[in-house]
Ligand binder design. Structure first.
Ligand code: 0X9
Ligand code: CA
Ligand code: ZN
Length: 430
């Protein structure tokens, strides 16, 4: 039965391993671990290029796969598994139940809450499914306006959340905007904005990824596409069609990469859903929420070269940052995405700006760094982060209304397939 010679056995094993690893590489799932913060541990983590998450109460939190765990064992650095604690609670506080995400929205909780808003405010809210994810979850949009059920010639503005699964706070800020506008509709300032605009909010562009972060792996970023090489996921914020795949710095051709761009622009149903919505409307401004960094970014992302509307993009960002700072005192840095943060290609806001010439922003919500929690905002941070972003969002809606002149109706007729950059005409001159 078995080969007699050990060398044959070895060869067989090697071939088997190659075969298996070529067919189905194990998804590169890592654990969150913590080690005591000693100079030796710090050095080891840095030398081995661990992904560091944060420091908390004298311990360093990092990601570790089998190789990293081995290395720690060899160096006799004791570690603890922490993955199970990574609810949005700060470690050391109450731990949420398995599979729950506390005050944050799961897919079903968001569905329920959006439908409840529509039910309570039928005149001002209408919920649409703008598409389905790979795993057949609906991608919901809620439209807020007077007469929400009918399309009226009013200024359209778009807010997106959760392209990236682990960025839970990016679901809450746009969702809470919808809730706020509806609950405060009797406030004359809110009513005036809502009546003159049509505000479209898609809080969860990546529901499959989000569910995966709740039930499987808190640190997941991409969608849940099974790639040809057996790895999972496409970075939805590298899958849009403006200079898609421009270079391998701003996105990756490697399926296992966290910034894998996919096999083609708009290859994913999630980005197709956003594209469909965008092409059916004449949005005048948009924000896509992410976390974390506390920055306001505008095109271009694919290059460090300023966009032709740079001055206008900068001025609006400056005002948003100022309004944000007035609430809780937090400073959001702002600037061109490629130069302030890093270059990306295939990102959402390059596409919306490139296609329609509208002010398009990526807001990276707090915290500012890993030390303050990275992707894991405490539940008690949800309200303050929403509250500080509210005046920035309202300002952008107001700006869009103020600057939508006669051109609004004309641009509304724009059809899918409008030539790139054609929409730039509709933008007010700086
Ligand atoms: O890399 C991204 O997609 C965004 N950052 S995140 O940490 N949330 O993943 C930033 C996109 C903004 N665009 C550029 N920096 N070019
Ligand atoms: Ca209306
Ligand atoms: Zn993100």
């Amino acid at each position: 039965m078995f080969p007699k010679k050990p060398i044959l056995l070895f060869l067989l094993a090697a071939v088997l391993l190659l075969f298996l690893s070529g067919r189905a590489p194990s998804p590169d799932i890592k654990e969150i671990i913590s080690v005591e913060k000693t100079p030796a541990a710090e050095r080891a983590l840095r030398e081995r290029d661990f992904d560091l998450l944060m420091e908390w109460e004298g311990r360093i939190y990092a990601l570790a796969g089998p190789a990293e765990l081995d290395a720690l064992a060899r160096l006799r650095i004791p570690y603890q598994f922490e993955t199970h604690k990574f609810s949005p609670q700060i470690p050391g506080r109450t731990i949420l139940q398995d599979g729950m995400n506390g005050e944050y929205h799961s897919y079903l909780e968001l569905e329920k809450d959006l439908l409840a808003l529509e039910k309570t405010y039928p005149q001002q809210a209408k919920v649409y499914a703008i598409g389905s994810s790979l795993e057949q979850r609906k991608i919901y949009a809620i439209k807020i306006s007077d007469n929400a059920a009918s399309q009226e010639p009013e200024t359209e503005v778009l807010f997106l959340g959760c392209h990236h699964a682990r960025e839970w706070i990016s679901v809450e800020v746009p969702f809470l905007l919808a809730k706020y506008l509806l609950e405060h509709y009797s406030d004359p300032a809110v009513k005036s904005l809502v009546d003159r605009s049509e505000i479209w909010i898609v809080p969860m562009v990546n529901p499959d990824g989000l569910e995966y972060t709740i039930h499987q792996y808190r640190y997941w970023r991409k969608n849940r596409r099974l790639n040809a090489d057996g790895s999972y996921g496409i970075d939805l914020n590298r899958n849009y069609g403006w200079n898609w795949g421009y270079d391998n710095t701003g996105s990756s051709p490697n399926p296992a990469s966290e910034v894998y761009r996919g096999t083609a622009a708009f290859s994913e149903p999630e980005t197709q859903a956003v594209r469909g919505l965008f092409l059916q409307h004449a949005f005048r401004a948009m924000i896509s929420f992410h976390s974390f960094a506390q920055v306001i970014l505008y095109p271009w992302g694919y290059t460090e070269t300023p966009a032709d509307q740079d001055a206008l993009l900068n001025r609006i960002a400056a005002t948003m940052a100022q309004r944000i700072r007035q609430i809780n005192g937090r400073s959001y840095v702002f600037g061109g995405a490629g130069s302030v943060l890093y270059v990306t290609n295939g990102d959402t806001t390059d596409w919306t700006y490139g296609l329609a010439g509208i002010p398009s922003y990526t807001i990276e919500l707090p915290p500012v760094d890993e030390l303050r929690g990275g992707f894991f905002n405490a539940e008690t941070d949800i309200q303050p982060i929403f509250r500080e972003n509210l005046p920035a969002m309202l300002y952008l809606v107001d700006w869009a209304i103020q600057t939508s002149g006669a051109g609004a109706a004309e641009s509304r007729e724009k059809k899918p397939g409008t030539s790139p950059g054609a929409g730039k005409k509709i933008l007010q001159k700086d």
